[in-house]
Design a protein around this ligand. Structure first.
Ligand code: AP5
Ligand code: ZN
Length: 216
């Protein structure tokens, strides 16, 4: 089974993808994570992507589609959760081709419906463990012991450079202008299922599980 999690920055794509990975043996393919790794490692892709990401713009379609193709080749017959990809019509068309070339098909496009005003607060408050990546939030999820990661005991935390308010607003504008318009592409083929992304994390997860159970 292959699915897309579609929604604006902060909608909860990464949160839900991690749960699906843990509970269903699927693999999260997050172009944002791939690009951040490339930036950290200073690869040619990372060097091209760094400034664009920090400004909240979109990296070129060719770069991200190539990253997805490489990862699809590496996951064998496991199901894919596309997180943050596709983000443009050209990427949606590229994904169709990447899947067809590998004998795969798309089962569901899950749209996380959210209230934009809440997203800025969600994103600007988030941080994560520098060692294991466990996610936290200034308001919703602080470590149980102050300054110590619940998962690995690490004491260093980090924030994404693109999680400041101004960049978040640019990312939201990019979503509205370039990504939301791909919804009709998938609606036309009957793949879109909308869930309430403003519900509690567990309730969003339950709604997604119900959709996947229904399609498998
Ligand atoms: P990317 O990494 O994809 O970032 P994004 O789409 O902006 O999404 P986020 O990771 O910010 O949010 P999310 O929906 O995963 O939410 P999360 O679960 O973390 O992309 C970054 C950049 O890379 C782009 O700007 C672009 O430059 C580039 N890029 C990436 N892919 C690209 C592509 N395909 N093409 C071109 N460029 C690309 O949740 C957010 C917060 O809310 C967390 O604190 C979480 O704990 C909390 N939360 C989650 N769910 C809930 C809930 N139900 N209730 C309360 N809080 C919740
Ligand atoms: Zn940790």
């Amino acid at each position: 089974m292959n699915i897309i999690l579609l929604g604006p920055p902060g909608a909860g794509k990464g949160t839900q993808a991690a749960r699906l990975e843990a509970n269903r043996g699927m693999v999260q393919l997050s172009t944002g994570d791939m690009l951040r790794r490339a930036v950290a490692e200073g690869t040619p892709t990372g060097l091209k992507a760094k400034a664009v990401m920090e400004a909240g713009g979109l990296v070129s379609d060719d770069i991200v589609s190539a990253l997805i193709g490489e990862r699809l080749d590496a996951i064998g017959d496991k199901g894919a959760i596309f997180d943050g990809y596709p983000r443009t019509r050209a990427q949606a068309e590229a994904l169709d081709q990447l899947l067809a070339d590998r004998g795969r098909k798309l089962d569901d496009v899950i749209e996380l419906g959210v209230d934009e005003d809440a997203l800025v607060e969600r994103i600007t408050g988030r941080f994560s463990c520098a060692s294991c990546g466990a996610p936290y939030h200034d308001q919703y999820k602080l470590p149980k012991v102050e300054g110590t990661c619940d998962v690995c005991g690490g004491t260093e935390f980090k924030r994404r450079p693109d999680d400041n308010e101004q960049t978040v607003r640019t990312r939201l504008a990019e979503y509205r202008a370039k990504t939301a318009p791909i919804l009709p592409y998938y609606r036309d083929v009957g793949l879109v299922r909308r869930v309430d992304g403003m519900a509690k994390v567990d309730d969003v997860a339950a709604a997604i599980d119900a959709i996947l159970d229904d399609s498998s």
